[in-house]
Design a protein around this ligand. Structure first.
Ligand code: GLY
Length: 260
């Protein structure tokens, strides 16, 4: 399976309302200024890795809107606007058609009562694993699988236990390698991959991000970083402490794709 070469990314600046974002953890409120600095470093890193990055302005109406990955899926030949399961996030999709039409001729849409957030979608080549979670329902996954199949790709479902999104606990690092937290380590869907297990004490680092041959790893998880490096990857440590306070991780902060 050939590795993709990501050429494009879209990010959205965090807004001051970030402190009101959804969360299931008790790490305190995010510091907006610090979050902005971390976001700028993240964007610069994507640029250094060769991506053209479009930076969208903050949207203070939607505290979680900096987690832009959830509102669309971008593939080399088409994009899909999703249907967020979190009611407070539904309006985040409002201007996405206009944003994506700069890059894509074909834009599909998931619509209610189907729900799907792309934090629940993990791309492995032409196959897309779709988590069934608190945010993505079976109907949403079915609709996405149909869209993928119409475009010559495939999808399958993975049922989640405690994770917010599939990619909160599983990341495809290309080269037939998956980084997996305990919840997914024994999952039959992933048996065919070389698997790197993330310990329970570092489970946040299961959301590490492969970009063009390097792996972005959140700061503060040395055991996971070591395992990824021992598997042959060069890592880049990113401080995303303020986004972690809202259950957000490295993948959530951008839409990334390889243009044709
Ligand atoms: N705070 C990100 C989310 O819950 O979707």
């Amino acid at each position: 399976m050939a590795e993709p070469l990501f050429t494009n990314a879209i990010v959205r600046l965090p807004a001051p309302s970030l402190r009101d974002g959804l969360t299931s953890v008790d790490f305190g409120k995010p510091d907006y200024r610090k979050a902005l600095g971390q976001h700028i470093k993240y964007t610069e890193t994507l640029i250094q890795l060769g991506l053209n990055v479009k930076v969208l302005p903050e949207n203070n109406l939607y505290p979680d809107s900096t987690f832009i990955e959830d509102v669309a899926l971008c593939t080399p030949s088409f994009a899909v606007i999703t249907s967020p399961g979190a009611t407070s996030r539904r309006g985040e999709t409002d201007n996405m058609r206009q944003v994506l039409s700069e890059y894509f001729n074909i834009i599909e849409e998931i619509s209610l009562p189907c729900t799907l957030e792309s934090g629940d979608i993990m791309m492995a080549g032409n196959h897309f694993y779709i988590g069934i979670s608190q945010r993505t329902n079976n109907a949403g996954a079915d609709q996405m699988i149909k869209i993928l199949e119409n475009h010559g790709m495939t999808g399958s479902k993975v049922y989640l236990g405690k994770m917010l999104h599939l990619k909160s606990g599983a990341s495809y690092l290309e080269n037939n390698t998956m980084l997996l937290s305990g919840e997914f380590f024994g999952n039959k869907e992933f048996e065919k991959y070389n698997r790197i297990l993330v310990g329970d004490d570092e489970s946040y680092a299961a959301n590490s991000l492969w970009v063009n041959g390097k792996v972005l790893v959140p700061d503060g998880f040395p055991a996971t970083r070591k395992k990824i490096e021992e598997a042959g990857y060069e890592t880049i440590i990113m401080d995303v402490s303020e986004f972690r306070k809202l259950d957000g991780g490295l993948s959530c902060l951008s839409l990334r794709w390889e243009s044709q």
